[in-house]
Write a protein that binds this ligand. Structure first.
Ligand code: EPU
Length: 422
């Protein structure tokens, strides 16, 4: 198994370019099934989750080519299997999008209950409620979801929580349904909008993505298209946090500043300096860490609130701020697995229910730590970059799932990080 060896204490300096959005990409790849014709997706991040999803699509019969620049051509015309087995589904959460896409295109799908990072219970009851409302017969037997429909029809579907996965999955299933579907209390994350734009390029008729209410007018035919994925706001946020944690000064290219407003606001509240720029063709952000940071409070919320996916890296930063910070995780009930690992590095954190109290310390120190999930891994890397001494971050397979060329990008910013294959 691979690990990172990081010699901390070096301020990050220089420029970094952000890759395509993981969570948009993971929905767009299965979405191509709906087109019924080849599609090209550009600016895909080359990460482990993309490879796993590619395997899943190949397994059902799609023909896929991916080049090193993140350009993927998917031809779904050869699909002749409608099941995603346990071996595949258990490797990743986003396998659930195969359900909406295959049901929407072929009227049938079976999917082993999805896996993914261990950050909470993560049921898919909203997805299933949505498919049933669209007229599908859905049953769960022996850990497998079987969905079937002679014809899907539009419906009004209220989501009890603004779930990203359920919103996108229902959009997928509804694109080719008869009549209009309305999703109320829909998720508003930037990647929901990006996936809706992608589907519209394929001929879907979706309006309202990015607001609470999304309307999907079913169409009988969709077609191929070419589409670039938006930049990943979580990757950008991770670099912003790492720059501030190391008292560095970096420029982040290929970003959409509005997607980063909550992150920028909280980092500035801590004492960081963030300046937005536009070089005529692209936006960029300059992020500078201050001297000793101030403690702040964070509450994770659906977009445009502070993203749960940055809660863990942000907590790593706050372990070194002056005073007590309070971090409340409102989205996932068990996203504190990084806490015992940060404690090994000298952090002072107490968890009570969904809130962590962080008493800032002067310094973190290098230690042996273990990534337990993707963003826990990112948090430990942030901590290690800022810490005094050497940190070994084990189990970086989780980090590989979601960050493209992470160590190369960090090394280019001056970090002393080495990947070691055991
Ligand atoms: N929920 C239910 N039932 C459902 C669906 C969700 O109770 O059927 C609950 C969840 O348990 C959670 C809340 O609703 O408490 C929100 O979950 P959501 O459905 O929004 O999350 P997700 O679709 O499982 C995606 C991302 C996550 C990201 C969340 C929130 C993908 C593949 N995953 O997960 O990404 O944290 O949205 O923004 O898109 C990550 O990138 O590290 C990551 C975990």
């Amino acid at each position: 198994m691979a690990y990172y060896r990081i010699n901390g204490g070096k301020p990050l300096e220089g420029q970094v370019t952000i890759s395509g959005s993981k969570n948009a990409a993971l929905a767009m790849i299965p979405a191509v099934i709906l087109a019924g014709e080849p599609c090209i997706i550009e600016n895909l991040p080359i990460i482990e989750d993309v490879h796993v999803l590619t395997e899943i699509l190949r397994h059902v019969g799609a023909d896929i080519e991916l080049n090193d620049n993140g350009c993927m051509r998917i031809d779904p015309t050869g699909i002749d299997r409608y099941e995603v087995t346990f071996e595949m589904a258990s490797k990743m959460r986003a396998s659930y999008y195969m359900l909406g896409a295959m049901l929407g295109r072929y009227g049938k799908a079976s999917l082993a209950l999805p896996g993914g990072c261990p950050i909470g219970e993560r049921p898919i009851n909203f997805h299933i409620k949505g498919m049933r409302a669209l007229g599908a017969n859905v049953e769960i037997r022996n850990g497998i979801v079987y969905a079937e429909a002679e014809k899907l029809h539009g419906a009004e579907i209220y989501l009890d929580m603004a779930s990203v996965g359920a919103t996108i999955n229902i959009m997928l299933a509804a694109c080719r349904a008869e009549g209009t579907t309305v999703i109320v209390n829909a998720a508003k994350e930037p990647h929901v909008v990006d996936v809706a734009n992608f589907l519209n390029m394929m001929g879907a008729r979706i309006k309202g993505a990015g607001t609470d209410v999304i309307r999907i007018k079913g169409v009988s035919r969709m077609h191929g298209c070419s589409y670039p994925v938006i930049p990943d706001q979580i990757e950008a946020g991770t670099f912003m946090i790492a720059a501030v944690a190391t008292k560095g000064n970096i420029v982040i290219n290929n970003i959409i500043p509005t997607h980063l407003e909550a992150t920028s606001a909280k980092l500035m509240e801590c004492g960081a300096r963030i300046t937005e720029g536009d070089d005529g063709s692209e936006f960029f952000l300059q992020v500078q860490g201050g001297e000793r940071l101030r403690a702040i409070d964070i509450k994770t919320l659906p977009y445009p609130g502070f993203p749960t996916d940055l809660q863990q890296p942000m907590m790593a930063l706050l372990t070194m701020a002056k005073g007590n910070s309070y971090v409340t995780e409102n989205i996932f009930e068990d996203r504190f697995n990084h806490v015992p690992e940060l404690r090994r590095m000298g952090a002072n954190i107490r968890v009570n229910g969904r809130t962590a109290t962080i008493e800032g310390v002067e310094k973190l120190y290098g230690a042996n730590v273990k990534a337990t999930d993707l963003r826990a891994g990112a948090a430990l890397i942030v901590a290690a970059l800022a810490a005094e001494g050497t940190t070994i971050v084990h189990d970086i397979k989780y980090v590989d799932r979601g960050y493209e060329h992470f160590e190369q990008k960090l090394r280019a910013l001056g970090a002393d990080i080495e990947r070691v294959e055991e």
